[in-house]
Design a protein around this ligand. Structure first.
Ligand SMILES: [Zn+2]
Length: 315
């Protein structure tokens, strides 16, 4: 209960939308979640970096050189070396422009899920704008796949106390699970007080499973070792030790990576030194780290975790 309550306890923001506030959520810690890891890929291009003044607006994306095609295929080839299936969260704009990438991921057996349409921060949208963006990306992907899309991840894990309506709207948008909660302090986003094991959020009889990004509590500090800059910065032996420890605690480990992170030569956006460090450090060693992870751990998709835990959906 505490996890979801913390989502609801923040300020309501400028909620002027017609989205109905549903009864208070209930959460439970599912004991039947198998002890496996999930590798998730946020499918976007090198210029989809958030919260930097030099990030180009959507009107310019079309004119920029693209690296996502080459990098996603290369990344999927790496996963294929060990037969690992991932969950690929596609930005809807990318899916529309490169529909063959969606089909490539599907054809190789990966789960295709949604990373929103316009890669906007959730807390910068109204509930209505968020609903439209989440529905639009789901429909684009479903049209391409010919099957339902059940999973969602917000850009920049931008679920915060400023977005208490997040789960309500996501359920309304037709999703069955989410992996957007970053249960620690973070630049854009982060729900520091949130639960960090998977949990069920129920609204008015409808449910959604939340798979938070994995963190490990060290000296009362929650630290992520498993994705983006964290995965690139920490040494492999430490990441492996922390992942084993999370599994021992009975939680799946959620890893995440972006296609650009295995491409040390991709174009750079100008930005402040601390952001440059986080965005571009160790791009040349990430591919090797992924290879070691897929050798050392077992992976499943979010969808197959859900399928094995149907009771979470009230089914
Ligand atoms: Zn993203």
């Amino acid at each position: 209960m505490r996890e979801v309550d913390s989502l609801l306890s923040g300020p309501t923001g400028q909620d002027s939308s017609p989205v109905t506030r549903l009864p208070e959520a209930e959460a439970e810690s599912p004991s039947s979640i198998p002890l496996r890891c999930v590798f998730s890929v946020d499918v976007e291009d090198w210029y989809h970096i958030l919260d930097v003044p030099s990030a180009p607006p959507m009107s310019e994306w079309d004119r920029l050189p693209s690296r996502v095609e080459e990098n996603l295929v290369k990344l999927l080839d790496v996963f294929a070396e060990k037969g690992v299936l991932t969950t690929c969260f596609f930005v809807g704009w990318i899916a529309e422009k490169y529909p063959h990438l969606v089909k490539e991921a599907q054809g190789r057996g990966h789960e295709v899920a949604s990373h929103g349409y316009a890669h906007k921060l959730v807390y910068e949208m109204t509930p209505t704008e968020f609903l439209q963006d989440a529905v639009r990306s789901r429909r684009i992907l479903e049209d391409l796949l010919g099957q339902p899309v059940v999973g969602y991840r917000a850009s920049g894990f931008s679920v915060t106390p400023k977005t208490p309506w997040f789960f309500d709207v996501l359920i309304e948008a037709g999703y069955q699970y989410d992996s957007s909660v970053f249960p620690a302090r973070r630049g854009h986003g982060g729900l520091e007080g949130s639960g960090y094991a998977p949990y069920l959020a129920t609204r008015g009889g409808k449910s959604l499973v939340e798979f938070p990004i994995s963190v490990k509590e060290i000296l009362r500090l929650r630290v992520c070792f498993f994705g983006g800059g964290y995965l690139r910065i920490f040494p492999y032996a430490l990441i492996r030790r922390m992942a084993r420890s999370v599994l021992k605690e009975g939680r799946p480990v959620v890893f995440y990576v972006h296609p650009r992170e295995i491409d040390p030569t991709h174009p750079r956006l100008p930005m402040a030194a601390h952001r440059k460090f986080k965005s571009y450090i160790n791009l040349d060693s990430t591919e090797q780290k992924i290879r070691r992870l897929i050798s050392d751990f077992d992976f499943v998709t979010f969808q197959s975790l859900l399928a094995k835990n149907e009771r979470l959906l009230g089914g």
